[in-house]
Ligand binder design. Sequence first.
Ligand SMILES: Cc1ncc(COP(=O)(O)O)c(C=O)c1O
Length: 402
Amino acid sequence: MNLLSDELIVEKSVIDSASGERCFSDNSMNTSIADDFADGLIEPTAMPLHGGDIYSASVRYGIPAPQWLDLSTGLNPESYPLPQLDAAAFQRLPYLNPDFIAAAAHYYGNDQLMPCNGSQLIIQALPQCLEQEYLPPGVQEKLPVLLPEYGYQEHRDHWQRHGNPIRTYPAFDSGAAVATVEAAIDQGDPFHLVVINPNNPTGLCFTPQQLKNWAERMPGGGYLVVDEAFIDLEPTQSVLANHFCDNMLVLRSFGKFFGLAGIRLGFVFAQAELRNALQQHTGIWMVNGPAQSLATRALLDSEWQYSAQHRIRDCAAHTRQLFSALFDRIKPLMQVHTPLFSSYQIDRKEAYRLHHHFASQGILLRVIELDGQTSLLRIGISSAADDQQSERLREAVASYVG
Ligand SMILES: Cc1ncc(COP(=O)(O)O)c(C=O)c1O
């Protein structure tokens, strides 16, 4: 990803060398970049494809990495406290510890699981695994995949790269989304359905009853992939405990609710044969020892989980309040609020201007392209307990609003 953005940046610096602007460390260049993004002179793909890339931001804006306030992701800013870990967790080869597996089965309410080095890994492996193992008899072609029009783009990218035909359903309006999925099921041809529940960044969500109903009615050979990366804040909406079906594959991401994305941990839930196929694909020792030890504690720590549910909501309300003067003025076309992020649909140029304004002050937001005219500005949550960060945000908002 960074290579792609670096390539484009290099290309841009060559173009600009005629006007004497060569690098990204001076402010005049930064302003020019923001204008060029807004004017469409630089393709939006030059922006990092994922949130949280403070190293690229640091190079681009000349602000040292530790000084960034990163609101470009949807991670809990008050992460699970790091315990002292047993040295054996670092010293032994990381075979799967039964205590770790039991803790995960307890937390997720389902034991048909396989841990992995982040759910991203499974998103990458899935198209090939499903094709190898599960093409229904007589079906030669790669099955079409029905995905949300907007959503965590790695899903779409990997199915597309694998050559599966891509169809989309609306990602904002749940009535329209349901109608599109129903029509695809009624048509009777097999397809895979991908649901990000709730959707990042649009917030679209479906009930577990709805998802089970679709899984049961999907034409044979098709899988329902449910990405529950952000569902920990609404655990009763998960399909895992009471609405799981044999033709479902469910992804959970440990890093978001527990605020520990750096340990790279996720889980996939599927029937045993498909888990085996994924295991063959991804290999052994996927989850390192320290990650297993830390997660075993976190997954069983219901007291911390309970208070985190409340603190995350407090942080979300606090962050929304800090940005309220800005969005009272800009008046987004639409806004979506989830506990771990808010998305605002605004004019595309204004989105890039805002991104640049905040980034110039070491605050990283995320712009997500929509229709060419408007974009989503996605803002993660900031700790309500951190007065210094709150003051930085207040000042950055005030200096834009004027
Ligand atoms: C919706 C969604 N699914 C999956 C992932 C991958 O997360 P991880 O690999 O950390 O589990 C992300 C990352 O941001 C995401 O937003």
